[in-house]
Every structure is written in C-alpha cells, then in structure tokens.
Design a protein around this ligand. Structure first.
Ligand code: ZN
Length: 165
C-alpha cells in the first residue's frame, strides 16, 4: 500500500532518518529508498549509517508527487505553452493515423487555445483516451464522405421538396 505515492507528510522535518527508517515509515523496500537516493534525495553526510534529514525527505517526496501529477495520464494532452498536461477543451480530440499503429491526438488547450498534440499507439488508444470524445480521421480523404453538393443530392432534395409541397 502507498509505495507508489508515499505521503510526504509522514516525514517529520526535524528528524533524521536512516534508509531502514524510511523503508518502514512508508512501507517501501529499502531498494526503493536507495533508488530515491540516486534520484536526488540528499543525505546529511558521507558517514555510515546513511542519514537523511526529514525536511529533505519531505521535499524530495513532494517534488516526486508533483512530477507524477505532471505526467500525462489518460485523457490528457501535454500543452507545451502551459507546460502541463491538459484535458482538451470540450473533452474532445481528433485522432489522425500517422502510421499502421501510430496516431496523433489533437485537441485544444482549454487555457491558451493552442492546438495540443499527443502521439499515441493506436493499439493502446483505449488506455490513453480516458473519457475523451475522439473523432478518428484517417489520412485517405476518399474514406471521408464529401460534404460538397452533388447532382444526386440536389435532385433528391428537390424530390423531397416536391413530396412535401
Ligand atoms: Zn496551453
């Protein structure tokens, strides 16, 4: 429980923690804590046993939590201008196939109105789309029906009009 999102508030800022303490406090493996040390969790000094200041532990975990929130979850597209993942305006996105299994989601950033894009693996689109309303657009224009008026269309409209008259 909680190993993915250790609660930074559990770290008391005026305490020092050993790797074992942290492992026990958050219910994570000691190797997880060693990973954190490699990822930038600072130790007090080079002496053994390794000790980490609670304040630093709290800072590190809060930073980590913030980054986790930033990662693009389902139904979100990263806006480069806002530097954050966004749920596109109207929860709508277009999906254009760019290869046999590759596609690109395109939506509108709700904050800055810019177009935002996300590459997707079409085989995994269900995992990525979240609750977005996706319009699939395939590159071959012949698949899309033409909206232009045709002779047939006119004559059938005329026929309808005649029937209604
Ligand atoms: Zn934006």
């Amino acid at each position: 429980m909680g190993s993915r999102c250790p609660n930074p508030r559990l770290a008391k800022i005026h305490r020092n923690y050993s790797v074992e303490d942290i492992s026990r406090l958050f219910g994570v493996h000691k190797n997880t804590v060693r990973n954190w040390l490699q990822q930038g969790l600072a130790v007090i000094d080079d002496r053994r046993p390794t000790l980490i200041l609670g304040r630093e532990l709290s800072r590190f975990l809060r930073e980590r939590q913030r980054k986790a929130k930033q990662s693009c979850g389902p139904g979100r597209i990263f806006c480069i201008a806002c530097r954050a993942p966004k749920v596109p305006a109207g929860r709508m996105a277009d999906c254009t196939a760019t290869g046999p299994l590759a596609g690109s989601l395109c939506g509108i950033c709700p904050n800055c109105d810019r177009l935002i894009y996300r590459r997707v693996n079409l085989a995994k689109i269900e995992a990525v789309r979240g609750d977005l309303d996706i319009t699939f657009k395939w590159p071959n224009p012949r698949i899309r029906e033409s909206r232009g008026p045709s002779v047939n269309c006119h004559s059938s409209e005329k026929a309808n009009a005649d029937e209604n008259a």
